[in-house]
Each structure stands twice: as structure tokens, then as C-alpha cells.
Design a protein around this ligand. Structure first.
Ligand code: ATP
Ligand code: MG
Length: 341
């Protein structure tokens, strides 16, 4: 979204802040009850103020927004409040991690529940250095905690097991074609060539790269956005049953137009995929997080922790055209406010 547009609508946003504060209300028992009885991830908004951990208590009062329906120790956990599977997609608990004398995580907790029958798009926002990338690394298995547990769909990763992660830097192999890159995880598993190429082509179509499958996956043959699509498709191919896509600022090197195209690609993936994926995106772009996410987790540093979660109720089937809607702009403004701490 351009600053000009945002400024032009600033007055309107200000006016609607009052309206927002009307839907942002303390938790009422009956609201909790109605949510327990079947309302889904996109249910009505409420807000509450909760204090999360002894560390947070000592420094500040933290505003926590998770439809106001979470436990005091929520960190994203809505168990008993929504229609949630017993097993979480991600459950990080009691994690301690230091680099030398620098204590990054001190009893870190983050829970990403599994909402029944639907995928989810999570964004993680937070100041530089608060531990967003390290959180993704914990999930992917690239970073081992000094202490604590990380469970993915209820199980710790096995030794040498890792969930692929899409980085800001291009990570496609330039000496392979797009098709070879995407089919690589299946090749490593010994899947016959015809079968792996067929599956890879499905994924290539899903990320909008059909027609490019025989191009070399290098910067001289593909744009930055196309290269990131190769990484996304390869990451999806590497997983079998339940899909977890970890994206660490994957579009930050792209220009505005390309970034919007990639946002459309992710929305398409999310809207049309039969995989019910859980997509976790680390980004510094508030507008991007609002457009794409069902839920935003906001982290703070010293030590790295989740301080706020916010459900984004813009409904399913989103498009980049929504960036002009008032409701979208209200959310952007709200997240900007929430990050002022
Ligand atoms: N291998 C490492 N050795 C030493 N310090 C590290 C290491 N990895 C991360 N850190 C430190 O941990 C902190 C969190 O790093 P992390 O990369 O997770 O931050 P981030 O929230 O992703 O920041 P950014 O938004 O700038 O990408 C930083 O202070 C970083 O310097
Ligand atoms: Mg980072």
C-alpha cells in the first residue's frame, strides 16, 4: 500500500478507531461459550489485556489480542475456545537458547494450534533481533535449543530431520532446471523419474511457473520472484502428509510489483490447495502480514518472546485488491499501534 493512499485514508481510519474500540471489548463468558460451540478461526473480535510471563510482568503490561478467548498463558494457544485438533501444528515450550553470554530465549513458548479442516496462514512480526528467524530455525530443526521441547504435529523432529525453509536469499540450484529443482526431494527419496516429474509439474503449476520448467533456475534465466517460487515449490514437494511452509522474509529482495505477484501466489496456494497448509511467514511488512494472515504473532526482544497475537478476520479468498478496503486499512493501523511498545 502506498503511503499516499494510507495518508488520504488516515481521517477515515481515525473515525473508524472508535468503531473498532466497540468491537474490541473485554472477554464475556457468553462470548467464550459461543466460540467454544463451533465458531471458527474467523469468529468475532474481542480483546483482553493479559500479562504473559514473569519477565514481561517486570517490564511492561502486555496487550494480548487473540479474540480475547485465550488462556492467560496463551502465546497463540486457543485450546477449548475454537474447534481445534488435539495436536498442535507447532508447540514450542520451555525453550532456552543462548549464544555465548547473549540469552536469546528464556523459557520461550509459542503454540500454533491446528484448526480443524482448514489450513492457516500465520505471520510473525517483531523488531529486528527479537528472534523471528531463530524461531523458524527451531521449527525447521536448523537450530537446537539448549533446553526445552519443540513438537511438530505432536512429535519432535527426528535426528537429521529438517523442515525446509524459504530464505530471503535465493536458494534454488542454478545448475538444475526448474523441474529438476522442484523434483529433487522426490529424487532423493528414490521416486521414479516419471512419477516425480509429474508431481513436480503439479507443484510448478500451483506456484505459477508452468512454461518455465525447463529453464535453468538461475538469476539470468528467472526473475527473483520466479526463483523464490522454485524454492516454495521445492519446499512443498519435500513434505508428504501435512504441509508446513516456513518463509523467512522471502520477498524482501523483490520490488513492489513482484512482491504483490508473490503475495497473489501465496494466496492462490492457500485458497486452492487441497493440502490444508500451515504457512508461517516472517516479515517486516505489516501490510503484507495483514493481507495474508489469519493470525499475526508479534514478538519482542530481551528475551525473545511472543507478546501479542491478533486474528485477522478478513475472511477466506483474499486478493491483493483488498488492500484498498477500509477493514484492511483498519487492521494495518491496528497492528501499527500494537507494535508501539
Ligand atoms: N548463530 C548465532 N550466533 C550468535 N548470535 C546469533 C546467532 N543467531 C542469531 N543470533 C542472535 O540472536 C538474535 C535473534 O536473531 P534472529 O536472526 O532470530 O533475529 P530476527 O528477529 O530474525 O531479526 P531480523 O528481523 O533482523 O531478521 C540476534 O541478536 C542475533 O544476533
Ligand atoms: Mg530474521
Amino acid at each position: 500500500m502506498s503511503n499516499g493512499l494510507f495518508n488520504a485514508l488516515g481521517g477515515a481510519i481515525q473515525q473508524t478507531k472508535d468503531a473498532l474500540s466497540e468491537i474490541v471489548m473485554p472477554v464475556m463468558p457468553e462470548v467464550q461459550q459461543s466460540q467454544t460451540n463451533g465458531s471458527n478461526f474467523f469468529g468475532a473480535s474481542t480483546e483482553t489485556q493479559l500479562i504473559h510471563s514473569p519477565v514481561v510482568q517486570a517490564t511492561q503490561t502486555v496487550q494480548h489480542i487473540c479474540n480475547g478467548l485465550c488462556n492467560a498463558t496463551c502465546d497463540g494457544d486457543c485450546r477449548g475456545k475454537y474447534d481445534i485438533e488435539d495436536t498442535d501444528v507447532i508447540r514450542i515450550e520451555g525453550v532456552h537458547k543462548s549464544f555465548g553470554n547473549f540469552k536469546l530465549f528464556d523459557d520461550f513458548k509459542m503454540i500454533i494450534p491446528d484448526f480443524k479442516g482448514q489450513g492457516q496462514f500465520i505471520s510473525i512480526l517483531g523488531k529486528s533481533g527479537c528472534g523471528k528467524s531463530c524461531t523458524l530455525d527451531l521449527i525447521s530443526g536448523l537450530l537446537k535449543p539448549d533446553q526445552g521441547t519443540i513438537k511438530i504435529y505432536g512429535k519432535p523432529l527426528k535426528p537429521f530431520e529438517a523442515i525446509p525453509k524459504v530464505f530471503q536469499q535465493y536458494s534454488a540450484f542454478p545448475y538444475m532446471t526448474v523441474l529438476e529443482n522442484v523434483a529433487l526431494p522426490l529424487k532423493m527419496k528414490g521416486t521414479p523419474e516419471n512419477e516425480r516429474n509429474e508431481k513436480a509439474m503439479e507443484m510448478i503449476k500451483l506456484v505459477g511457473l508452468d512454461g518455465k520448467e525447463h529453464n535453468w533456475a538461475s538469476r539470468s534465466n528467472l526473475s527473483g520472484g520466479q526463483l523464490q517460487r522454485v524454492s516454495i515449490a521445492r519446499s512443498l514437494m519435500a513434505q508428504e502428509d501435512r504441509v508446513l511452509l516456513l518463509l523467512d522474509e522471502p520477498f524482501s529482495a523483490l520490488d513492489f510489483i513482484m512482491r504483490e505477484q508473490m503475495q497473489e501466489t501465496l494466496l492462490n496456494l492457500y485458497n486452492t490447495s487441497k493440502m490444508d497448509p500451515t504457512i508461517i511467514l516472517v516479515t517486516h511488512q505489516i501490510d503484507e502480514a495483514v493481507l495474508l494472515s489469519n493470525r499475526i504473532y508479534i514478538m519482542a526482544p530481551n528475551p525473545g518472546r511472543v507478546v501479542k497475537t491478533l486474528d485477522i478476520e478478513l475472511g477466506p479468498n483474499r486478493t491483493t485488491a483488498m488492500k484498498k478496503s477500509l477493514k484492511y486499512l483498519e487492521y494495518v493501523s491496528k497492528v501499527e499501534d500494537l507494535m508501539q511498545f
